[in-house]
Design a protein around this ligand. Structure first.
Ligand code: ZN
Length: 279
């Protein structure tokens, strides 16, 4: 699961970078569109802001993702460590039972010798009873040892089976953590470039226009501008009046959507660039 998450973010990240580079390259072309220069700058500003927001959101989620990976690994390894400790315990149990067995065997042998030296009926009965009791004890210990040996065999198989998996899992986690480190570094580099581009844009946009944009962006989840497509405001999906639409197409004045209040713009071919930011 963590792997597919990492891959999908990687794709998103690559797309974003391509979009950003494209939007930097396409800037001059966009000036050829029927948009006023300032509106064009506002569109780029919105694209930048939405992308910066996505990247910073992504960065803020990485620490939790790292923790989750380590947690999953610890849970995975915990079973293996429990298996190893069970193995050690069983070994210790077996050696205790073996020593008990040796003691029982000694007693058994001693009573057998006693039997040879009995002097009366009472000593004879006692020796026989003890021989019988120690024999039973020996039988119990022997079957206990057999049981432990079977357990040990199973545990050893499980350990042998799981050991490479644990090592592989650790390798995978390390690789994913490394990928996240690379992503953080690349994202920070990209953010620096984007923020400096934003700074350039901001100084070239009039204070009034900028504060209108920022006020609207704050209340509209970063989307102060909206493209008109097929005569419809792409943000609120309400139809734009034909007269208003024709003014938007001219692009020489600031037109806002009568329904959602966003600044409307029209761009015939390069609509896919802003699309990424409209969700
Ligand atoms: Zn609208």
């Amino acid at each position: 699961m963590a792997i597919s998450r990492a891959i999908s973010w990687r794709n998103f990240f690559l797309n974003l970078r391509i979009t950003f580079q494209y939007s930097m390259l396409g800037r001059e072309q966009r000036m050829e569109d029927a948009l006023s220069a300032e509106l064009s700058q506002l569109i780029e500003l919105q694209e930048l802001d939405l992308d910066i927001q996505k990247l910073t959101d992504r960065l803020s989620k990485i620490p939790a993702e790292r923790d989750q990976m380590e947690k999953e690994f610890a849970a995975h390894a915990a079973e293996f460590l429990a298996l190893k400790s069970k193995h050690e315990q069983t070994l210790a149990d077996r050696s205790q039972i073996e020593s008990d067995l040796a003691t029982a065997q000694e007693h058994h042998d001693k009573y057998k010798q006693d039997l040879m030296r009995v002097r009366n009926e009472k000593e004879y009965t006692t020796a026989l009873r003890e021989i019988d009791a120690t024999k039973k004890q020996i039988g119990t210990y022997e079957s206990e040892i057999l049981k432990r040996m079977e357990e040990l065999e199973k545990l050893e198989t499980d350990i042998k089976v799981n050991e490479p998996d644990i090592e592989r899992k650790r390798g995978e986690v390390d690789q994913l953590l490394h990928t996240l480190d690379q992503e953080i570094a690349a994202t920070n580099t990209l953010l620096t470039t984007m923020r400096s581009r934003r700074q350039e844009l901001v100084v070239s946009i009039s204070t009034e226009m900028l504060s209108t944009y920022e006020r609207m962006a704050r209340t509209r989840r970063g989307q102060a501008l909206s493209a008109v497509r097929d005569g419809i405001c792409s943000a609120c999906r309400v139809k734009v009046r034909p007269k208003l639409f024709s003014d938007v197409r001219k692009g020489d004045q600031l037109i806002t959507c009568e329904s959602c209040g966003r600044i409307l713009y029209y761009r015939p071919d390069s609509s896919q660039i802003v699309e990424a930011g409209i969700n």
